[in-house]
Every structure is written in structure tokens, then in C-alpha cells.
Design a protein around this ligand. Sequence first.
Ligand SMILES: [Zn+2]
Length: 271
Amino acid sequence: MNVFISADMEGICGVSGRVHWSTDGADYKRAREWMAQEVNAAIEGALQAGAKRVVVKDAHETATNIELDRLHSAAELISGWGPLGSMVEGVDRSFDVVFLIGYHARATTVSGTLAHTWSHNVLDLRINGQSIGEVGWAAAFAGHFDVPIGLVTGDDKLAAQVREELPDGVETVVTKTGWANTAAQMRPLAVVRDEIQQAARRVLANVASLSPWKPTLPLTLTIRFREWENLSACEAVPNVRRIAVDTFEVEAADCIEAQKYFATLHRLSRS
Ligand SMILES: [Zn+2]
């Protein structure tokens, strides 16, 4: 079996603020090590359950957080961002399951640790009217290739959203309890890593019971931005409708086209 792992940092046990997640943060070096260790726990569990190939996509900020010599020696690493800007870019039909490690709740989640959706500037992202976070967005991209999400790790608010956004059967490991946007109660590091390893093993034993997330196509993508003042360039993208001062809507043939619209509109929103 082949496993694709996408790793973010905000949901990693120990991470609660900018001091950790920003490359210029005082505790960033420690946080990137915690991130690598949680990913390694998932890899170890997958290998114990018979995984043949494990590919890890670094998906936080610069996407250069995981140091190759700190990653499990059996895994391959995708470092940096691909042209589509997807957190699961690189997944294809050769993979059996995706793990999302260190993820976080979507923007505007009360008490969600470092809750956001892709960037500071996205307030709400919807597929066919359903509000989703980075977990749902990654699941839709992977679902295009018929690959299901099997394991998600992050805070307790994220675990609740996984049940809301994704098909049944996804394993979650809660790394911490979200107290506020920059506060969390951490569970013991070793316990969290052990649970991730065990969960990864269980997921591989039960892959056949998982379903990919496949929204009804063509899908309607709706993006609401936080900063409404400089969005006029987004109106120049073909087929895109501005339905409110801060909100854009577009029909996409599939989830890859939706990712292309999202990446383009997001880049233009910052110009
Ligand atoms: Zn991140």
C-alpha cells in the first residue's frame, strides 16, 4: 500500500502561537522538530502495517519545515509549493490513503488553535454551499483521484469538523484542546505520538472501508475574503462572479479546476 502524508504545523502538539509556526519565531526550530516527529510516528505506524511507499508533502508556510535528515529514512519528501498551491499536490491514483498531520480548524472557529483557512485573508471557503476548512479542501483534491483521507491530527475543534466535513470512518488523533486562537492545553508529546502510530496502523488495516470525498460536479466554489478593499483584480478572472463586496463565486468542472480558481483568486486578492 502507498501512503501520502500532508503535514501542516498549527495542529502539532506543542504549537500554540507565532513563536512556533513562524520561521523567525524563537521556538520555530523546536516546533519543526515536533512536526517531523509526529509525521514520523504516522510513517512508522504505516510501515508496521505493511505500507510499501510513503510520500510526505510539507504544507506549512514556505513548505520547507521538515528537514530531510530528521524525516523517517523510509519516506520521500516533497518540499516547497507546486504550481497549483495544494497542500496535497503530488497525490495521484497510485496512493491508497492520505494522512493529514498537524492540521487545524477552519477560519472563524471559536477557540480553535490557530484556526484559519489557507491564509489570514480567507474568511470562508465553500464547496456547493458547505463551509469547509483545509481538511475538506485537501479531501476534495485527493478525492479527485479517488484517494480517501484516513487519518487527521490536530486540536479537538478540528476533530469535530472532520466528523462534519468528511465521510465516516476517518481516524482522528487529538493533539491538544483549543482554548483560544493562540492558546491550547497540550497533551503529553509521547502519548500523542504513540496514538498517531497506533491510529496509522488501524487505518491501513481498514483502508477498504474508507470513501473518498467527492462533491457533486460541477461544483460551486465560494470564497469570502477578510479584506474587501483590494479585490477588483479578482473580477478579471473568466467565469468568476463577485456576489458581494468581499465574496466571489465560480463553477468548477472538478476539484482540480476549483483548486486552480482558488489559487488564482487568492494570489490576486493580495495584489
Ligand atoms: Zn500551516
